[in-house]
Design a protein around this ligand. Structure first.
Ligand code: MUC
Ligand code: MG
Length: 369
């Protein structure tokens, strides 16, 4: 039986301002959920989003209120912990709320995997790799600072491919910023850009042509979420990979995007998909449609990051790697043993469930009271 459902908002400053077209982050608000069962298991999940309501439709505060008010009482009515049946009832009774559903499903699967004595990845279909490649996002807002940051990361063997956040300046200024960084880092270093839906179709045609000619490898979410027509035309027009991020909101949008050939790569984000199992469905649709995969992040802390890593470790096709660097952007760690980043990859733990141990005193100090 589920005996307790607790939602925590944990505030952690970022190591530097993180500038995106949708918001500039100075702090991240982690949304954590802790579920306890009568036979002594504890499961954790995360529903973190970016920039309050700047990015997604759920804010940290709305996620907490909705879990505490609507999800928790329902969860406590179950006498058996059958994850599929619980999620079915939650979906039937509660509309939308993909981030909240993802956090709850993660915590339940964490418990399920612990009970089976297996890492979470094994409950999700089985691990194909013990580590995943992780890029770093350059978003200081300053070209020289970004170059210095990237060089430091390469030297430390932390990251050897990079994503640049653009879209808040004029197209020409953004292109100059990107190509200056590309030149400084050299031909072997893969550079991708995330426009976060800031461009019109005509701006996208101009920007993508210049970036493609300059050797950039991928364009993420150039146009508005609903402008699937533009995404389709851009994917057909250019050789460079066009990736759907915000337009991808789980299996049904994955199906529609794939059917329309509106992206050549999908950024799978577990919370945006509505859960780990739905993220797995997105990957299956991508595989069937010949769309490449990339493991995305909502800049989660260690709980959401490692949950995503368990899922991404099961993907056969992870052609564009992952961006699971969220915990590294934060000034404080909430795990007793931090996640293992080395040799340009995030290494998965071998323990049961999520395979992490949270520092409860630390969390108590950092949480919003
Ligand atoms: C996004 O749009 O991809 C992921 C990395 C980052 O810096 O921002 C996020 C959101
Ligand atoms: Mg993105």
């Amino acid at each position: 039986m589920i005996t307790s459902v607790e939602t925590l908002l944990v505030e952690i400053p970022t190591i530097r301002p993180h500038k995106m077209a949708v918001a500039t982050m100075q702090t991240q608000t982690l949304v954590l959920i802790k579920i306890e069962t009568s036979d002594g298991f504890i499961g954790w999940g995360e529903a973190t989003t970016i920039g309050g309501l700047g990015y997604g439709e759920e804010s940290p505060e709305s996620i907490k209120t909705n879990i505490d008010t609507y999800f928790a009482p329902l969860l406590k009515t179950f006498t058996d912990l059958n994850v599929a049946q619980i999620m079915q009832v939650l979906k039937k009774n509660i509309n939308g709320n993909r981030f909240a559903k993802c956090a709850i499903q993660t915590a339940l699967l964490d418990i399920q995997a612990q009970r089976l004595g297996l890492p979470l990845s094994e409950v999700l279909g089985g691990r194909l790799r013990d580590s995943v490649p992780v890029l770093w996002v350059l978003a200081s807002g300053d070209t020289d600072k970004d170059i210095a940051e990237a060089k430091k990361m390469i030297e430390a063997k932390r990251h050897n491919f990079f994503k640049l956040k653009i879209g808040s300046r004029a197209v020409e200024a953004d292109v100059e910023h990107v190509l200056t960084i590309k030149k400084a880092l050299g031909a072997d270093i893969s550079i991708r850009v995330d426009v976060n839906r800031a461009w019109s179709e005509l701006e996208a045609i101009k920007g993508i042509q210049l970036l493609q000619d300059g050797g950039v490898d991928l364009i993420e979410q150039p146009c508005a979420i609903d402008n699937i027509d533009a995404m389709e035309r851009l994917t057909r027009r250019f050789d460079i990979a066009i990736m759907a991020d915000e337009s991808l909101m789980g299996p049904s949008t994955a199906y529609r995007l794939a059917k329309r050939n509106a992206a050549s790569v999908f950024a799978v984000k577990v919370a945006q998909s509505g859960g780990l199992l739905e993220g797995r469905d997105v990957a299956t649709i991508a595989n069937l449609a010949g769309v490449d995969l990339y493991g995305g992040t909502m800049l989660e802390g260690s709980v959401g990051t490692i949950a995503s890593a368990h899922l991404f470790s099961t993907f056969e096709n992870l052609a564009y790697g992952t961006e699971l660097f969220g915990p590294l952007l934060l000034t404080d760690e909430i795990l007793k043993t931090p996640l293992q980043y080395r040799d340009f990859e995030l290494h998965l733990p071998q323990g049961n469930g999520l395979g992490i141990e949270l520092d409860l005193d630390k969390i108590d100090n950092l949480r919003r009271k």
